[in-house]
Design a protein around this ligand. Sequence first.
Ligand SMILES: Cc1cc2nc3c(=O)[nH]c(=O)nc-3n(C[C@H](O)[C@H](O)[C@H](O)COP(=O)(O)OP(=O)(O)OC[C@H]3O[C@@H](n4cnc5c(N)ncnc54)[C@H](O)[C@@H]3O)c2cc1C
Length: 400
Amino acid sequence: MVTYDIAVVGGGPAGLSAAYAAAKAGGKVILLEKDESIAHKIRTSGVTWIDEIEKLGIKSEHYNPIKNYSFISSSNEVTIRGNTPKACVLNVRSTYQHLAMLAAEAGAEIMVRSRVTNVVTTPEDRRICGLKAKTPKGETVINCKVVIDASGFSSSIGRSLGIVKEWRRYGIGAEYECYCENLDHETWVLMVGTKYSDAGYAWIFPVSKNKARIGVGVGRPESYSDPLQKLNDIIDKKLRPLDEIRKIQPMELHYGFIPNEGPRTPIVYDRLILVGDSAGQSNPLVLEGIRYAIEYGRLAGNIAMKCVSRNCSIEGLEEYEKLWRHKSQARIKSALRVQKRWISLSDEEWNREIDILREMSVEEFVDFIKAEFTIGKLLKFGLNHPKLATRQLLGLVMRS
Ligand SMILES: Cc1cc2nc3c(=O)[nH]c(=O)nc-3n(C[C@H](O)[C@H](O)[C@H](O)COP(=O)(O)OP(=O)(O)OC[C@H]3O[C@@H](n4cnc5c(N)ncnc54)[C@H](O)[C@@H]3O)c2cc1C
């Protein structure tokens, strides 16, 4: 029987990128995705940043550029206008299919409608040596040297081994991709306060001239309300700013879960790496995870292959954990603090808080929402905006 160097569980951005990097590094790689096709079920809104995503090789044919950023609360509103687009809304299906093409071109095998049901371990020392999966070719055992768990929110491999627990804090989002008329396709909108979500926010993310993703996100355990019910309510009542858009007609319904408590510790085990949402690597401020899933997926694939060439020692895999923590841990911690405060704001507090954004330049706003809180940038921001509200925000970000 064939033994793969790497078996990747999950064909989202993390898994596809890990498979690509490992195959490119010369590995024999297999990726299993439980859905009928790559990006069959969309579980994301697809907002990201043009410079970051282009660095990862995703070109403009895969996204709609965004120049302006609006925030709306119950009685306040601010739009930060830019001259050039910095954000974008991805065509999620074409982007993920592109990532799959890269992986296949590099030599990875891809199996769709193939659910991994269990992990196989050696009888003598219980080390991971394979996976069991239900595939279109029947039930199969796949022998492998290292497993990459890129199964998203479910962390299905870590969970089946009993080494990780269910997430306690997480977000749930419901979203329609809609036909719209009179849409400002260069502006994304976040709507905050209890009218829109009792612990989270609602959004309008334009995908093209006449198409937008309109959704609601809710944070657990702060709220147990149903985001889909709230979304229907907002659309039926045409709450601001939906009153300006005509002929809103849903064409797809998306529903998804995202962890929101920072990364798991550790994210590396003997012969196993967790990556993407499975590891909790997204930016908790606005629950943005796609570019991190691609970047850290590639890192995981590369390091897993290095480890295979060195007899699969756990020390080899630990380099991945060290590198990503060095790059992201501090940013995630600060973002979590701001996000925890945001999620508990009252409507009145939101109306005031939005004024902080009014003072920001586009560059400052983008750094803030990306959670790029470097000390230099924070000091400059504090000097430029000495008002009390700004100082409170800085205190929140910088508190150790
Ligand atoms: C409502 C919502 C809106 C979001 N909006 C944004 C946004 O605007 N921008 C942004 O950057 N991020 C956003 N995110 C977060 C982003 O979608 C995730 O961070 C990102 O998708 C993580 O990628 P991943 O590959 O780790 O996981 P996923 O994209 O979840 O992929 C995991 C894959 O594994 C498969 N799988 C699971 N279990 C198994 C199994 N046992 N066997 C085989 N396959 C399996 C699943 O079918 C899935 O295809 C949003 C999330 C949600 C829920």
